[in-house]
Design a protein. Structure first.
Length: 162
């Protein structure tokens, strides 16, 4: 199987190492707890990666050192668009993201090249079914069920065994 070659680097910068800062009316989320879909503390906001051309944050770097889910230490990239910000509790919530997803995310180290390949790794990690889930998320497709009234003999209309 041939590997896909990704060459489009995004030229992202760490906010704390740049000449930029969070604008006045936006929350300063550095150090906030990060919670998974089950409300487990899975880490803290360590860094924000942004595109200096668009001045938009692309990723939250989550440091998993202090967590309640027995995750190994490390830093992972989480797309900012999947995060919900709880301003009252200073928390970043990741709805739909479980420990299984976090374990599959690419690790982040300062200086790592972020490109389309990284986006694909993250997409695959976030699509993983939760480990030991009784039913994999998204695996049930429920269609409209039709109910028929009982006929006079007590059988269900449309029942071939009637």
């Amino acid at each position: 199987m041939a590997s896909t070659e990704y060459t489009d680097d995004y030229n992202l910068q760490e906010l704390s190492e740049s000449d930029y800062e969070i604008v006045e009316d936006q929350p300063k989320i550095f150090g906030w707890d990060v919670k998974d879909t089950h409300r487990n503390k899975v880490g803290e906001v360590y860094e924000l990666l942004f595109d200096p051309d668009t001045r938009k944050v692309r990723y939250i770097v989550v440091d998993m050192e202090n967590n309640d889910a027995n995750l190994e230490e490390g830093r992972v990239l989480v797309p900012i668009e999947i995060a919900d910000f709880d301003l009252e509790n200073d928390e970043v919530k990741l709805p739909g993201v479980s420990v299984t997803n976090l374990l599959a995310l690419p690790l982040y180290e300062r200086g790592r090249t972020i490109d389309k390949g990284t986006d694909e790794e993250i997409r695959v990690a976030l699509d993983k079914a939760e480990k030991d889930a009784p039913i994999p998320p998204g695996s049930i497709h429920v269609s409209k069920t039709k109910f028929y009234p009982k006929n006079e003999e007590g059988f269900i209309a449309g029942d071939d065994n009637a």
